[in-house]
Structures are given as C-alpha cells and as structure tokens.
Design a protein around this ligand. Structure first.
Ligand SMILES: C[S@@+](CC[C@H](N)C(=O)[O-])C[C@H]1O[C@@H](n2cnc3c(N)ncnc32)[C@H](O)[C@@H]1O
Length: 303
C-alpha cells in the first residue's frame, strides 16, 4: 500500500520522503516536524515504522485544524468533502468562489480541504488581510470523493494516538526536542525574508533560522533540513552557513519540467543538511549513494 497523503500541498516532500527516511537513525522513536505542511515525511516515517510517534506543527492554523479533523473525525471530514465535491458539479467556478468566501469567514477545515484540492498548484496564497485568495485551477476538479475518503482513513489510522499537533512558531516547537528525537525541518522557500510572502501566513528570516540551527547544535539535537536546490549548474537559494558544520547531501528530485519544455534534459537536485549530532549517531552505518556524497559547503554571504 502507498503512503497516505490526504492534503494536496505545493512543496510537499512526498516524492523525496523515502530518500529522507534513509537518514533517520535506527534508535529514533519520535519525529518532530516544525514546518509540517502536508506532513509527507511524518506519514512516511510512521508507515515505514521508522518512528513510533510524531509531533506536527505549522504556523497555518487552518491547516492544523484540518489535520485535527483528519485524525480525530475521518468519516465526518470525508463526508463533508464528498458533499462539497458533489455540490460543485456544473457550477465549479462560482462554487469555488462561494466556498472561498465562506472559508475566509468561518475557517472550516472541510472548506480548506476543498480549496486545496481545487486551487492553482495546490498552492496557498493570502492577501495582506490574511484572507485566502488563491484562484481555482479550472482543470482541477479535486480528488474523487472515494479516493479522498481512502487517503483520509489511511492517514488517520497512521496518526491517531501517535501524534501531537501544534500551531506555533517553529522555534517554540523546537524547545520540545530531546536528543533521542529526529527533527525534520522544511522551512518556506528563501528569497522573501524582507517582504511578506503571499504563499504563507507566517515566514522566517535566514539569519533567525541559522541562529536556531546553531542552538540545536549546542543542544546536541539530531536534525535534517531541506533547503536550497539546484538544476544542473544553477543554484536556487543561499546555502546554509558553513559554521553550522552540517553535512550536505543532494537528492535527485527528477527532471526539471521547465528545462524539459526548453528542450534540455536538466535534472533537479534538492539539498539536505544533516546536523553534527545526527552524523555521529549515524556513524559508519550510513549508506549514501555516490552522487549524494557531501560537497564542500559554501560560506554564507549576507544578502
Ligand atoms: C515548504 S512547506 C512544508 C512542506 C512539507 N514538508 C510537506 O511535505 O508538505 C513550509 C511550511 O512552513 C509553514 N511555516 C511558515 N512559517 C512558519 C513558522 N514561522 N513557523 C512554523 N511554520 C511555518 C508554512 O505554513 C508551510 O506549511
């Protein structure tokens, strides 16, 4: 059976989750995901029994309310999604607008799930007032209700009684980390630290994030960070500071669709950074494919 993934979410790590799990130490029992989003790594970690429990956190309150509904009331949220999906038939565009307005008033989890299933690239966008303002993708009708019900039921079975949910800033949830945990950090994309990022309600600064990682090093916490990426020679985003002493791994993330359109066969790679405590915990048992061998870290330059 495939790993459940009920929440469509741009930036989901579902396609990289299996590779990320290979860096989990055998003795880790609990995973913390401070930037959980669709929780692809947590779901994969529980499915493959790499961890026994998970702590999920995200600054987006509607998203965490949706997770609570999926875990505790799977039949109810699946039935609500089915009702919305059926009601939209024949009036998809107008219905989306109605549900979006309703969601901005009430923040109901079923409305959020419907919007994520129908909106452009499953990508959240907010205006300055914090209202969800992403447009519908009129080719996306949203997952079939039976498929959604099965995904929700499977995710609920994996997560129930093994999950604690939080709606905090990532730094507050990291206060809960202990040395036996494994922490997976997938922060919002870079390049927006000076202005509001319409993709998310909250954001982080590069400097603040680097400082937080430094504190985690001092506390001996085992963590993995997804950060920059690369398409063959072009690097997206700044590398993390070399002073953090992180091991840099590159995961092959498939073909770049943009490059393929331009007739080139470019491959994309996503960086993973492994903390010093994790590296010593993994010791010599680590199996790393040759193309992912750690490369020289580049020094951080202030933007
Ligand atoms: C790249 S996404 C994570 C995707 C996730 N790995 C997945 O598989 O779906 C980053 C997430 O960080 C959340 N976020 C942004 N700023 C945050 C903050 N200061 N504290 C906690 N979460 C934050 C966003 O709401 C978003 O869901």
């Amino acid at each position: 059976m495939k790993v459940a993934h009920p929440i469509p979410y741009q930036g989901s790590k579902r396609h990289l989750a299996a590779q990320i799990l290979t860096f989990f130490p055998d003795d880790a029992t609990r995973l913390l995901e401070p930037f959980a989003g669709s929780a692809a790594v947590a779901l994969a970690g529980l499915h493959h029994k790499k961890v026994a429990s998970v702590v999920l956190n995200d600054a987006n309150s509607a998203l965490m309310a949706l997770w609570a509904a999926i875990i505790d009331h799977p039949d109810e949220i699946a039935a609500q999604y089915r009702a919305l999906w059926i009601q939209q038939q024949g009036q998809e565009r107008a219905f989306y607008d109605t549900i979006r307005a309703e969601f901005n008033r009430t923040h109901h989890p079923d409305h959020f799930l419907y919007l994520l299933a129908r909106c452009v690239k499953a990508s959240v966008r907010y205006n300055a007032q914090g209202e969800f303002n992403q447009s519908p993708d009129n080719r996306r009708k949203g997952a079939q209700p039976d498929t959604m019900r099965d995904q929700i039921a499977h995710a609920s079975r994996l997560l129930i009684n093994r999950t604690s949910l939080h709606n905090l800033d990532y730094r507050d949830v990291l206060d809960m980390a202990v040395q036996s945990d494994i922490v997976y950090l997938d922060p919002p994309y870079q390049g927006v630290s000076k202005s509001r990022d319409p993709r998310y309600q909250a954001s982080i600064t590069f400097e603040g994030f680097a400082r937080t990682l430094h504190t985690l090093n001092e506390r001996g916490i085992s963590y993995i960070v997804s950060y920059d990426g690369r398409t063959d020679a072009k690097i997206y985003g700044a590398r993390l500071p070399a002073e953090l002493d992180l091991a840099h791994i590159e995961l092959e993330a498939g073909r770049s669709s943009q490059a393929t359109l331009l007739g080139r066969r470019a491959h994309t790679f996503e960086s993973l950074y492994l903390s010093p405590a994790l590296m010593s915990r993994l010791g010599k048992d680590m199996h790393v494919a040759p193309h992912t061998l750690p490369r020289q870290l580049q020094l951080f330059e202030s933007p």
